[in-house]
Design a protein around this ligand. Sequence first.
Ligand code: APR
Length: 169
Amino acid sequence: MRISLVQGDITEQHVDAIVNAANSSLLGGGGVDGAIHRKGGPEILEECRRLRASHYGGGLPTGQAVATTAGRLPARWVIHTVGPVYSASEDRSDQLASCYRESLRVADELGVETIAFPAVSAGVYGWPLDDAARIAVGAVRAAQTKVEDARFVLFTPDVFAAFEKALER
Ligand code: APR
């Protein structure tokens, strides 16, 4: 699998699947979540609501992933995953790694060949950038997946630099 970095807006990526840093309600939010729903249009939220009504009554648990249409985005699917909120006292690293592993598992079920990831938990959920990047790159590198091209799409130079460092390791 090829892993690359892009500095930019994940909603503009022409890939099979765009991964959303969602919250467990699946009903939208700010950051990546806000951008994806705003640009992807109401179909995404409609499908998220159906998922809540059927399989995820209590919301999507942290570390899990589920796919919906990508609506008007230049992708076929959005894979929503819920990152852990950073905690200095509790090590939630494996929950964060699970977001990437589970997103790739869902991607494989769909036959996805190209995927774009944001820096899950590195925004509102407060995960320190270098550690978020280390966990993300490590999880994607270690995954057994048929995805051919994985790109991390970083919105700001500081996050881009953190992922560059993590990739060099
Ligand atoms: N494209 C790519 N990356 C983006 C974009 C975008 N359009 N918008 C924001 N980001 C970056 C942020 O700068 C940060 O580096 O995505 C990273 C993740 O930040 P958040 O979107 O805040 O995600 P997270 O930290 O996982 O928090 C999730 O925030 O928006 C709410 O509903 C969401 O409750 C959930 C929480």
